[in-house]
Design a protein around this ligand. Structure first.
Ligand code: ATP
Length: 747
């Protein structure tokens, strides 16, 4: 290679010549002809003062390893003699030539290439992780049910990913190729050690760590966006990677993809629950459903000792039916003899047409309906149990096992019952509580906070009741009063107290004298004070109202005299003077007349007893809200007080009974009432007239406004203190009272 040297010295002319030798001179200006010399070079561009000149040399002719060259010159006219330059051996003129290798590419291009190769290295490494980690199954799942973007990414990647080994070979080959090229280029731009360090750091950080971290999360997106590059490399590396991939396919077999069995799937759902967008209930349901094939029915059944069963020989009377209702179960196993011997199933719907009064034997109902009994073994798995329930034979199965413990023959041992609800609860991993359940959990036996109606109270035999009233009728009266008569609403009288009230001696019946058609019984009489409320349960009454004696017929569940119970609020205050509250209220004077026109069964509630019920409710609630025992005690106390006081008070205040054929205490006329002359203006027939209730005459029949025969007569009444407590079934002429609603009572 030619080099231009700048010479600085003296007497340099264009005729001067220069040569080089590898031997140094011992003396300055000593001749050097005896040494090996290089080619001779002519000086050019010598300055006019002879101090500067240039010479173009090619020093490679000495060969490698010769670094230092001594300069020898020959001036014009010096013949063939060459002289070493320099003063002495220390200050000799020496030229050092250092050979340097040249690079193939310009530096900027190399740097650009290095950067590109780093990117490619990162891409291959990232795709290797991102794409190869997504197996074919996952891609299919994403393609079907990923987000919109994920679906399109998966669609792009799927054809390439299908050839797993080919892709793998391409990516690995590409990665190795670019990594190696990168190292060589780095070595080209720096010296060896720096190249090693630079290549290692560059490849590890930019070619592995960063891209793999990104692609482990966004491999799908990166893979889809760069799929063209991957295809290109597949093409480039095809000659090498395709045969290798074929070989791998042959050796390793087809790639199946990740397959999850039940446990893995359940675990997968559980461990990813914080990151997937499944709600807890959904996770529970998935886990529960996966557990079905493993769990046996004995794990979820209701144990036999907790099962409510009926004896095959029992009667479906009111007591049994109310107990069935109280328990709230729809399916009730029926046993014969001992509880482990279940022989039939009663569905509560079977009772729809059964009248408790008939006391139908249970076996009759069972024989009629003949519900199939399903028995299962205790180790039956829940998925099979669910299939059985789906067939529709029965939604309750009796769980049993073969007991071959001890001596004797093996026998079937009944362990419990299992229902469809138990299986569903297992799937959803939670309790289903329906409107009639008394327990929230059949195994833990957690009771439900449910205010359950106890109808058995209506079945309590009551020797004091004059008239018999069936439990059903009693229940109907209870329902009617608590829902249709405002003064008996639960806000005023608690259900418990009302039940107690209905158990008291308040039901009366009336049988007309069939021999005497004129004989009738008055329940209320116009202008005659009274203090009781009446609810007709059976039979009919005739109601006449107002000046014109408008007549109606009232049937069962019509009620009268609500105003008689409508006393001042202060009366009920628990700490008010107990005794006075029962006597201080003004008597109620009806402006209508009611008489029985058929055999009657009716409830009669006196004001005193009503006050007792209200006070008991208030006191019970003030002591302990909804505590039945507190109410019961108070009610008993108040009831006795009210009864005593009303008897005592009536002795003083009551002039006489006005209703001769009604059992005492009955319609009474107080002294105050003797001068009373109520008109239509204060007409209050029943509570139905008051602002917030409805007129209740289910079978009311208007008689065209004409006066009824008996009322025209105006009842003959003989007012006599001596006859005050007299009772007769049918009044004689002397005992018949004449009542004129506009006048005072006359004899
Ligand atoms: P349905 O919901 O069809 O009206 P149900 O409420 O009577 O019926 P299920 O819902 O089938 O009863 O079951 C609720 C829970 O009560 C279950 O745990 C079941 O095992 C239990 N169970 C059902 N019948 C009885 C019974 N006669 N005695 C005791 N437990 C029962």
């Amino acid at each position: 290679m030619q080099q231009t040297l700048q010479l600085v010295g003296r007497n340099l002319t264009d005729l001067s010549k220069v040569t080089f030798t590898t031997h140094g001179a011992s003396q300055p200006d000593s001749p050097c002809n005896e040494y090996d010399q290089s080619d001779t070079y002519e000086v050019t561009e010598a300055s006019s003062d002879g101090q500067y000149a240039k010479v173009v040399v090619n020093l490679r002719s000495f060969g490698p390893g010769e670094d230092f060259y001594h300069v020898c010159t020959k001036g014009e006219g010096m013949g063939s003699c060459w002289y070493h330059q320099g003063e002495n051996s220390l200050s000799r003129v020496v030229v050092q030539i250092k050979e340097e290798e040249t690079t193939l590419l310009p530096l900027w291009l190399q740097i650009c290439l290095i950067a590109l190769l780093l990117c490619l290295s990162g891409l291959f490494s990232g795709l290797n992780l991102g794409l190869m980690a997504l197996d074919k199954t996952e891609l299919k799942i994403i393609e079907k049910c990923g987000s919109k973007d994920e679906k399109s990414y998966a669609k792009k990647i799927n054809p390439v990913r299908k050839r797993g080994n080919f892709l793998l070979c391409t990516l690995l080959l590409g990665n190795v190729l670019v990594n190696n090229t990168l190292t060589i280029l780095l070595d080209d731009v720096s010296n060896g050690l720096y190249a090693v360090i630079g290549a290692t750091l560059g490849i590890v950080i930019f070619g592995e760590i960063i891209p793999q971290a990104i692609c482990s999360r966004h491999g799908l997106a990166v893979g889809a966006q760069t799929i063209w590059l991957t295809r290109l490399f597949m093409l480039i590396t095809f000659p090498l990677s395709f045969p290798i991939s074929l070989l791998l396919d042959k050796i390793l077999g087809e790639e199946i993809g990740q397959v999850y069995d039940r446990e893995k799937l359940s675990e997968l759902v559980r461990v990813t629950k914080d990151f997937n967008d499944l709600r807890k209930e959904e996770v529970d349901i998935i886990e529960g459903a996966l557990e079905l094939t493993r769990k046996p029915v004995r794990d979820i059944m209701t144990k036999i000792e907790d099962v409510y069963m009926l004896d095959y020989l029992s009667l479906l009377d009111f007591e049994t039916v109310t107990e069935i209702m109280k328990r709230g179960y729809t399916r009730i196993p029926v046993y014969d003899g001992e509880k482990s011997n279940i022989v039939a199933l009663l569905n509560i719907k079977d009772l729809a047409l059964v009248d408790p009064d008939d006391k139908t034997p249970l076996k009759t109902v069972i024989k009629f309906f003949q519900h199939p009994l399903v028995f299962v073994f205790d180790d039956q798995k829940l998925d099979q149990m669910l299939q059985d329930f789906r067939k529709g034979h029965s939604h309750m199965a009796i769980v049993r096992r073969v007991n071959n413990e001890g001596e004797g023959d093996p026998f079937y041992e009944t362990l419990g019952v299992v229902t469809l609800e138990d299986v569903i609860e297992e799937i959803i991993q939670g309790e289903i509580i329906d409107e009639t359940d008394t327990l929230t959990d059949n195994r833990q036996k957690a009771p439900r906070k449910l205010l359950r109606q106890d109808f058995s109270v209506f079945n309590t035999p009551d020797d004091h009741n004059k008239a018999f009233i069936s439990p059903q009728l009693s229940l109907a009266a209870f329902r009617f009063l608590s829902t249709s008569v405002d003064l008996f609403h639960e806000d005023l009288i608690s259900e418990n107290v009302l039940k107690r009230l209905l158990q008291q001696n308040i039901v009366e019946e009336y049988q007309p004298n069939i021999n005497d058609t004129d004989c009738f019984k008055y329940l209320y009489q116009d202008g005659v004070p009274c203090d009781y409320f009446i609810l007709i349960l059976q039979g009919h009454v005739e109601v006449s109202v107002g000046f014109e004696k408008m007549c109606f017929t009232g049937g069962p569940f019509s009620f009268y005299g609500v105003q008689a119970l409508d006393v001042a609020e202060g009366t009920f205050v628990p700490d008010s003077n107990t005794d006075s509250v029962y006597v201080k209220n003004k008597p109620y004077i009806p402006d209508f007349t009611i008489r029985a026109v058929s055999p009657l069964l009716f409830i009669k509630i006196g004001r005193g007893h009503y006050i007792a019920a209200r006070r008991a409710t208030l006191m019970g609630r003030s002591k302990n809200k909804f505590m039945a025992s507190a109410e019961d005690d108070t009610f008993n106390r108040e009831w006795k007080k009210a009864t005593l006081i009303s008897h005592a008070g009536s002795a003083d205040n009551m002039l006489r009974h006005s209703s001769p054929d009604i059992s005492k205490p009955s319609i009474t006329i107080s002294e105050v009432s003797r001068t009373a002359s109520p008109g239509m203006s204060n007409s209050k027939l029943s509570h139905a007239d008051s602002k917030d209730s409805s007129w209740s005459f289910p079978s009311t029949e208007e008689k065209g406004g004409s006066s009824c025969k008996d009322h025209d007569v105006k009842v003959d009444m003989k007012v006599s203190p001596d006859e005050e407590h007299e009772e007769t079934n049918c009044p004689s002429d002397e005992q018949t009272f004449l009542i004129d609603s506009k006048k005072e009572v006359v004899s």
